[in-house]
Each structure stands twice: as C-alpha cells, then as structure tokens.
Design a protein around this ligand. Structure first.
Ligand code: ATP
Length: 323
C-alpha cells in the first residue's frame, strides 16, 4: 500500500487554502504518496468522511476562494476520547501523518494528537488574521487586505461626496494586522487596533481640522479593539461633532471570501510543498512558515504560544500617515 498522508482545512476559511490543497496533492503525487482529504476538518476525521485526492481533484481550484475540503469548528475534538477515535480512524485508513491547514486552534488540536497518540502532524498557517508566530504572512491575509481596500475605496467615494465620516469595522478579534495594513493602504485618518490602547480623545482631536472644513474621514476599527466596536466609536464621534453625519460599515464575512491574490497563491504553493517535504523527511510537530522569503519549520507549540507582535514600524508608519 502507498504511503498515505491525511489533509484537512480547519477553523476559519481563508482564500488560498485551495491553492495549498492543490500544492500538497501535486507534491505528494510526484512522490508517489496518496493524500486522503478529510471533509470539514476534524469532523471528517471523526466521521471518516474523506476523498482520496488525485491530481484531477485539484484541477481548476488555484483561483477559487474558500476550501473544496470544507472546514468546520469541531467541538468533539476538544475531548480526549474523540481525539483517540480520530487517531484510531486515521490508522485504520493507513494514514500515518496529518497536514493541517488552519490557525492556532487547529494547531492546538494537532499538537494534542501528536502528544497523546504519537501521531505525526505538520501545520500550515491558513488564516486571514496573520496572527501566527513564526511566519511573516499567513495564507489568506493578503487577499483579505485587498478586499478591505477595494471596499473602503468605494466607501471613500461616497464619504467624500457627502462630507461624511465613516467608521469601518474590519475583522480582528485579537489582532489588528488587517486593520493596520489596510488602513495604511486606504489612507485612513485613524486606525484602532486591540494591540494598543485607544485614546479616543486623541482620535477625535485628529478629526478636528476635518470638522471645520467639513471634510470626509475614514476610521478603521478592528472588531476586537478594547474601546469597542464601530458603533461605540461612531457614538463617541457623533457626541463630539453633532453637526456631522457619521456612518458605520461592518465589512464582515466578505473579508473571508474571494479569489486569492497572487501573493496568497504563491505563498500557498511554497507552504504546501514545504509541508509534504517535511512529512517525507519524517519531521513532525512543526508549522511550515515563510520568513524573509525562505521556507522555515517552526515548532507548532512555539507558533501557538508566542504571540505575533505587531511590527513597531507598522505602528510608527500608521501614526505618521493618518492625519
Ligand atoms: P482561525 O484562526 O481562522 O479562527 P483556528 O484554527 O484558530 O482558525 P479554531 O476554531 O480555533 O480555528 O480551531 C479549529 C478547530 O481546531 C476547532 O474547531 C477544534 O476542532 C480544534 N481545536 C481548537 N482548539 C483546540 C483545543 N484546545 N483542543 C483540541 N482541539 C482544538
């Protein structure tokens, strides 16, 4: 029987996951290895819901958002007895290692599978949040930023024409990476992120000049900002500038969808190849990341435990440019 590697996409979907699935399947095929693609992440492993992935299964998917393997938040996997069942299922199918494309939750589950059952696991960072330690970028982040930029450019047109202030909420419960990079790209007047304490008076002061000349403004707020969401920020702005029209737009799930950007497709290709190569070298318990254009292997536990800090330079540039 051929060597078999399990493959899941798990947690929140991210554009570029398909490109990574394709890279994994194609690299495996070239090495005469079979990929067992489980449907809906750990759910598929527990229910033995899978597809034997061949090259033809991954044709025409490089450009598609979402994930053909589907994804899920699998509650059962938090319990040891279900993880034991997962290990049993995998072994019954002749699968001796698992490549998991997802975020820190997915990696936590994979680490437990390794620790409790000696199972070989390799993680690939696939999340729009870019919050994983050990990789410059995660698959999906670049596309999500481009989606925000496209949407805010449109909002800017109407904001300008009506002299409105728009508070735009973007994804990022714990991390402000999407807000910061997209905020710089759209020339936002203020960017509010969970990593730094929001001084709302300072934000309002920044709008002072725009108030007098009735200019429009865009405030980008990460959903997890400690001051509150877009509505809270809008309320504070309205309270101070009663004569101004303030609108709230929450971009929501459009940030997860869409065709992956060229950068995400290329990143997904590199990381997918790197993941299969690691498995073939019998390496386990690592996340395949990209640092300074090089593929790296970071212990999964390190990727999970260490927080990806916001680059000070990004904060400095934000401060400098949002006026
Ligand atoms: P995203 O960053 O996009 O939210 P994620 O991988 O962090 O992706 P989660 O929902 O946190 O998304 O995790 C995905 C799945 O991994 C969970 O639904 C669960 O099945 C498994 N998982 C997460 N945390 C644990 C844990 N502590 N123990 C066991 N399994 C876990």
């Amino acid at each position: 029987m051929k060597k078999r590697i399990g493959l899941i996409t798990s947690g929140g979907d991210a554009p570029g996951m398909n490109a990574c699935v394709r890279a994994v399947v194609r690299t495996a095929a070239q090495n005469d290895v079979e990929i067992i693609g489980f449907i809906r992440g750990y759910e598929g492993v527990l229910d033995k819901d899978f597809v034997v992935m061949k090259n033809e299964n991954v044709a025409q998917i490089i450009q598609r958002g979402g994930t053909i393997l589907k994804t899920a938040r699998c509650k059962r996997f938090y319990e040891a007895e279900h993880r034991a069942k997962a290990a049993e299922n995998l072994r019954e199918l002749g699968v001796d290692s698992l490549i998991a494309i997802g975020g820190d939750g997915t990696f936590t589950g994979a680490v437990l599978l390794q620790k409790e059952h000696g199972f070989k696991v390799v993680g690939v960072p696939g999340t729009i949040d870019n919050d994983l330690f050990g990789t410059d970028f995660t698959i999906g982040y670049d596309t999500a930023i481009n989606t925000v930029v496209e949407a805010v450019d449109k909002i800017r047109d109407t904001a300008f024409s009506h002299d409105r202030i728009f508070v735009v909420e973007v994804m990022g419960r714990d991390a402000g990476f999407i807000a910061l990079r997209s905020g710089i790209a759209v020339g936002a007047e203020a960017i509010l992120v969970p990593e730094t304490k929001t001084d709302i008076d300072r934000v309002l002061k920044r709008l002072e000049g725009r108030r007098k000349s009735k200019q429009s403004a865009i405030i980008i707020v990460a959903e997890g900002d400690e001051f509150g969401g877009a509505e809270d920020v809008a309320k504070a702005v309205m309270k101070k500038y009663v004569d101004r029209e303030v609108k709230v737009t929450k971009l929501g799930h459009i940030q997860r969808g869409g065709n992956p950007s060229a950068m995400d497709r290329v990143l997904a290709g590199f990381l997918g190849v790197g993941a299969v190569e690691a498995v073939l070298e019998e390496v386990s318990g690592v996340m395949i990341g990209m640092q300074h254009k090089k593929i790296v292997r970071i212990p999964l536990e390190k990727a999970i435990k260490h927080h990806q800090d916001v680059d000070d330079n990004l904060l400095r540039i934000t401060e400098m440019l949002s006026v």
